[in-house]
Design a protein around this ligand. Sequence first.
Ligand code: HEC
Length: 156
Amino acid sequence: MFLRVPGMVGTTMGIAMIITTTLALADVTLPDEVVVENLRIEKSLSGSPGDAAQGRKTFADRSLGNCLACHLNSDLSDELFHGNVGPSLDGVATRWKPEQLRTIVVNAKKVFTERTIMPGFYSLDVGEDVREDLIGKTILTAQQVEDVVAYLNTLE
Ligand code: HEC
């Protein structure tokens, strides 16, 4: 007979979650482990391929990628505001290889200059005077970066 001990369900779920998280993180490259060679990051950060449809959403999401704040992208012409601080991303897949696009999204400073205003979306090098609760965090997760990169690869 199964005895219903208060708190047991929570504990079991907690343990299950720890196990799942550990498994999911097994192949993830942490921000301080990222290797950039010749402007390229060869390996998927999450260990899995990106999902371009999901990446399109992350790209447009104002609280995630918010890429439209700075970039024009005709593929998202249904979205109202497109900034022009950065170059248009139309045809960007013809200008950069997937491994280079990954580097640009992870840490644009590695491809452009230290002074680029494009944020590093998977970098802990976020400058000075950062809000304390944001220290040690990246703007996007490893999988979100892979999704955005998969999406950028469709912009031909
Ligand atoms: C605050 C503004 C800003 C935001 C937000 C931003 N970028 Fe950029 N991005 C730039 C600038 C500026 C450049 C050009 C490099 C430079 O001059 O520093 C650039 C360059 C690029 C390039 C190279 C384009 C080319 O044709 O050479 C890609 C790709 C890119 N950004 C993707 C993204 C993606 C994807 C996002 C969202 C996850 C994003 N950017 C968010 C400012 C921004």
